[in-house]
Write a protein that binds this ligand. Sequence first.
Ligand code: GUN
Length: 282
Amino acid sequence: MTLIDGKGTAAAIRAELAVRAAAFEQKSGKKAGLAVVLIGNNPASQIYVRNKIKACEEAGLRSFAHYLPADVSQEEALALICKLAADGDVHGILVQLPLPRGLDAAALLAAIPAEKDVDGFSAENIGKLAKNEGGTVACTPLGVMELLHRYRIPTAGRHAVVVGRSNIVGKPMAMLLLNADATVTVCHSKTVGLKEICKEADILIAAVGKPKFITADMVKEGAVVIDVGTSRDEEGKLCGDVDFEAVSGVASYLTPVPGGVGPMTIAMLLKNTVAAAERTLK
Ligand code: GUN
């Protein structure tokens, strides 16, 4: 079994992006800028946002962090996003999800112009992905594709099974794999015969959010298994969707948690931001 090193791969990508970010700064006279909006005090979101800001700065990007209280009004949050949308120093805008209850997330995200939508959540970018016409793609599924690519794992003609149908991971993941010529099955909580379907996968993507959900008896001998899970156990330790110990005896490639897909998500956010900045030069 080959362990897929997301941490190392992400570090290599971040180094490549630092070069592109420096070239952008040289040409434009300003740094590529990412605005991160965190509303409320979800502890997991606070960690993610801190990591995103740190990664920006390490790669020579500029970050603009905006922290709003959980009881902020829709109008105030919207006003901030509109201000960032009009700010020439901001090339990418990210509103960390989930949002506190009472806010209309769809309406807030709709205020982010597609060209600054570095999360790839906008209707325009999702439409482009669905039509295989480029556009900005959500960071986590993009990071998975990058891992498959860098580990030279072919997708054409292979059966990819995606477990999970979220807008952030499952759906864009399925579309990316389809665009890469895989035969794609999407499973979810109402799927009948989940175990049998998973066992047919050449490439199994677990994006469920339940620790050790994918057991060894659900994995075909030699399958590629990508774990997108980011749950926390009772002690607050990060754990994936895959029973790592057991599945490592069956899979040909496997991503660990932590150190697998997670670091790639941040690297892809930087990539989308640098790309958004570069587009402003054209
Ligand atoms: N919450 C969990 N994952 C993500 C992500 O990729 N982007 C945003 N904005 N929020 C998230």
